[in-house]
Design a protein around this ligand. Sequence first.
Ligand code: C2O
Ligand code: CU
Length: 471
Amino acid sequence: MPPLTRRAFLRLGAGVALAPLLRARAVRAADGVREYRLRAQVAKVRLADEPFPETELWCYDGRSPGPLLRLRQGEPCRIVLRNELPEPTTLHAHGVRLANAADGVPYLTQEPVAPGETYVYEFTPPDAGTFWYHSHFNSDEQLGRGLYGPLIVEEPEPQPFDREILWVLDDWRLTRDARIRDDFHREEDFARAGRLGNTITLNGRMPRPEPVRAGERVRLRILNACNARIFQLRFARHVPWVIAVDGQPCEPFQADGGITIAPAQRVDLMLDMTGEPGRGYGVLDTFYPQSPLRLTELAYAAEAPLRPGPPGDPVRLPPNPVPLPDLARARREFIDLEGGDMGEITNPRLYGAPQGLGRLLLMGKLWAINGIAGFRTVMAPLFTIRRGSHVLLHFRNFTAWPHPMHLHGHSFRVVHHEDAAAVGRMMDTVLVGPGEQAQVAFVADNPGDWLFHCHIVSHAEAGMIAVVRVT
Ligand code: C2O
Ligand code: CU
């Protein structure tokens, strides 16, 4: 098969098909910095075609997902957030290894942005890849109402694909008349799987077929923006290669058992369209095997294939400048996850002080990290690390529920995982299944107070949240 050279790629056109997603327009500020303006606001949108009624969401610039921010690796940018919501908010660029001051964590790196106020975030993304931004205030509710959007950092050189597709997955908890169900902060959700929805959307719409052409090589970026739902994607008749996880390039691999994507995780796939013109092929979610779900389908145009066969080897994305941890000198920190329904907290503490379990429950705290139920306004660091040191986080999940654990400001390398194939990959959110253990390591090269929490945001709000200090 002829390899897809850079020239061929250019000839085919670097078309980016993001039909339902709006790309944010950057303005050049007076100082030359690429600047984006986002308004957090209440807006009515349609999650499906008429006659499906409109749904009132909280979103950026009147849509959810919010506008796509396309940044350049190593180039400073500025996001001016204006809060037009009825309550405070902040904006967090998830997975971007940015300076602490721009991390968007209320009470930790900034005061919440009050209604009517504006806040300016400035940072330089060091890594190219697929990221996202979302509110970090009252997250269970603000994410559940739609406050997030995709953020892509481009590689300096175009990569050899014919086209790029972006899928932002979410599930919403809707009433019969398509309103967002108002039952946030429910103990049943907090104590169990988190706020699962009942309506799945892809790029903010109930899934429609994705138009493709036979023979094309697509970069498919997938982001799980759900509060709690985990996906396991399977592509009928196609064998996608995973080429990046959480924005970090990996050794390309084919996930035979399906591609697991926990809340906040991203995967970049290389997908060769090997199906037949005119046909459709399902994309299924099988994470909850009792209720497999058809997410969408690859709908082939009748056109003849773009090329006779797949264009050679899988694409290797250029590496990002993430420092590699050295296990021989890494300091080990145990991270014990406890609590939740069918679980317990052996040595419960609140703000670090011993506390009866009853009092914890009264405060809505159902989960703990190393016995400590985190509380967003008062949080002493779980531990402090000298800048530049190597750290091994050893997770032990003593609960009956899965937890996608996320560390701000860093990417870590998987050292041990139930899924042995995951070892060696860089990520910012690692899924630790019930009763499982996982180890990740990183170089603490980014000074500041960094949040560390479960990205099932109900769990984070109910205590599974902590701070790691790098000095
Ligand atoms: Cu997606 Cu604390 O972040
Ligand atoms: Cu969790």
